[in-house]
Design a binder for this molecule. Structure first.
Ligand code: SF4
Length: 363
């Protein structure tokens, strides 16, 4: 079957999984202004921004010949759980006839999960499916490790853009890998490429570390968050995101009683501020801010899609955390109207504030 999926972060991983299972993959184009315009045109005006961008991505993929769309679902009091129904209805009204495979946590609806897995498996053996999943997980883990190195190295690169080029090259290497041995080689080569990047020496006490938190789609997809990681890296900050694909997989595939993943500890840290589930990643956002503060990060950028209720709630609690823990947080609301120049000025001013704070500490 001709399958596609929403473009988010290191898409090479989703592509690899589907290709290895023998499906024809229609790669959705990286979200661009055209994608956003398309999504905005066909989505309800009050919908949250990720719904609109994903709508645009689906329209582009379907025009390229996709028949089936694979996506994740959502539960709790947040729109994510309705994305599939909303997207499907809009697409039907526009004359598209796409089949949706929505993967929710298997612990929420096992029957539906089983049905989707059968569809994904097709005529392949169960052994092939298990081996492919293991392979793709290993690839995700390795890519995340390399990406974390990239996010640190970028802050000290001598020639601006070198690290980003290396990261693109690494993703291409993984895209070509077809078995565990090739993935290991790509990982080794990736580390070598990062080691070769020329960087300036910065004394430990002058290094600045910034965390990026917020709703998963805007945190992970650089093309709609003004390339925040690159922007901060170019301003001399080491960056760490609150969300990485391997962590998401680990948290969502383990049952509660044996789930001791990083995400669980983050949720505990967010619990005192939001004791109930309000959907999205609001609790994680606050938990991560606490975590970054405990780990000595200098500041946090909070990315919030316009129209996102969970992140609006977390935004209203952030001043309390800043007051309690002393960690500066800059919230940026992202939507189709977001002006890059305006946000850039705010991020630069935020970095100046952090440098000033750091300078005072050192003196
Ligand atoms: S978390 Fe926010 S942006 Fe994401 S689906 Fe829910 S309401 Fe929309």
């Amino acid at each position: 079957m001709k399958v596609s999926f929403p473009y988010m972060g290191t898409t090479v991983v989703y592509k690899k999984l589907l290709e290895l299972m023998g499906h024809e993959v229609i790669m959705p184009p990286k979200p661009s202004q055209k994608t956003i315009n398309l999504g905005v045109k066909y989505s309800p005006e009050f919908a949250c921004f990720p719904l609109k961008v994903i709508m645009g991505s689906y329209l582009e993929a379907l025009d390229m010949g996709a028949e089936v769309i694979i996506t994740s679902g959502g539960d709790g009091p947040c729109r994510a759980g309705f994305y599939e129904q909303v997207h499907r209805r809009i697409l039907e009204e526009e004359g598209y006839n796409a089949e949706f495979l929505v993967f929710n946590s298997m612990f929420k609806d096992f029957q539906q999960f089983k049905k989707n897995v059968f569809k994904l498996k097709g005529n392949n053996s169960w052994l092939k499916l298990v081996n492919t999943l293991k392979l793709v997980y290993s690839m995700t883990k390795k890519l995340d490790k390399l990406e974390k190195r990239v996010q640190i190295t970028r802050a000290y690169e001598v020639k601006r853009g070198d690290t980003t080029k290396v990261w693109e090259e690494i993703q291409m290497l993984f895209d070509k890998a077809k078995n565990q041995q090739e993935i290991n080689c790509a990982y080794q080569r990736g580390n070598e490429l990062i080691d070769k990047i020329k960087r300036v020496e910065v004394p430990e006490e002058k290094k600045i570390r910034i965390g990026i938190v917020g709703e998963i789609y805007v945190v992970m997809e650089a093309s709609i968050n003004m390339k925040m990681e690159e922007l901060l890296g170019n301003l001399g900050a080491e960056v760490e995101r609150s969300q990485y694909l391997s962590q998401w997989i680990e948290y969502n595939t383990l049952p509660d009683f044996m789930n001791f993943t990083h995400e669980v500890s983050i949720l505990k840290k967010g619990e005192p501020y939001i004791p109930i589930s309000i959907g999205g990643h609001a609790k994680q956002t606050l938990g991560h801010i606490v975590d970054y503060s405990e780990r000595g990060f200098d500041g946090v950028i909070h990315l919030m899609p316009f129209g996102c209720l969970p992140e609006l709630v977390s935004q209203s609690i952030i001043p309390k955390i800043t007051e309690e823990l002393g960690i500066p947080v800059l919230t940026l609301s992202i939507d189709e109207q977001t002006g890059t120049a305006n946000s850039l000025t705010r991020v630069e001013a935020f970095m100046d504030l952090i440098r000033g704070k750091r300078g005072k500490k050192i003196s």
